[in-house]
Design a protein around this ligand. Structure first.
Ligand SMILES: [Zn+2]
Length: 166
């Protein structure tokens, strides 16, 4: 039995009650969170309940083309008014470079690949958060009415630390 089979079994049990049926697609607290896929950060970490917020995740918590697409949909179609960007300590994309990462993967896969074009590896976490904020704040479709704030999540202490611009 694979983990996916276990998930399917759990889903059957969940569907008997399906408590989340009552939720609407619009996040109740009008919040969108962009963060890393890291397992150590969850809605529980943020005190959020299901239905409260959009949680957009990718490796690193990076404002990629696709994350941007989701945030734009989140704001314009589903009414979110605050964006929170969270990177975290001990991220897999830290302490490496694009080149090293690509070489390592190519060696294991035994072949090159055009896509993904970038892994968005980074060395300085504060700088990386500021860079993500900058991408959002300068985007013509992210209106000035949207509150955009950036944070580093410390996986040891469990605390968020705000990163200010500049
Ligand atoms: Zn990470």
């Amino acid at each position: 039995m694979s983990v996916i089979d276990e998930v399917l079994a759990a889903n059957e049990i969940y569907a008997r009650t399906h408590e989340l049926r009552a939720l609407t697609p619009r996040p109740q607290r009008k919040l969108a969170v962009l963060t890393c896929m890291d397992t150590r950060l969850s809605t529980r970490t943020l005190g959020l309940q299901e239905g409260d917020a959009h949680i957009i995740r990718n490796a690193g918590g990076i404002v990629t083309e696709d994350a941007l697409r989701s945030l734009v949909v989140s704001h314009y179609l589903l009414g979110t008014e605050e964006f929170m960007v969270i990177n975290h300590t001990d991220c897999g994309l830290m302490h490496t470079t694009e080149h090293d990462l690509r070489t390592r993967i190519q060696n294991r896969a035994g072949t090159e690949a055009i896509s993904p074009a970038f892994f968005y590896a980074f060395q300085n976490i504060e700088e990386n958060v500021r860079h993500q904020l900058q991408k959002l704040r300068t985007h013509p479709w992210i209106s000035k009415q949207v509150l955009v704030r950036g944070f580093v999540y410390d996986v040891i202490s469990g605390l968020l630390r705000e990163i200010k611009d500049g």
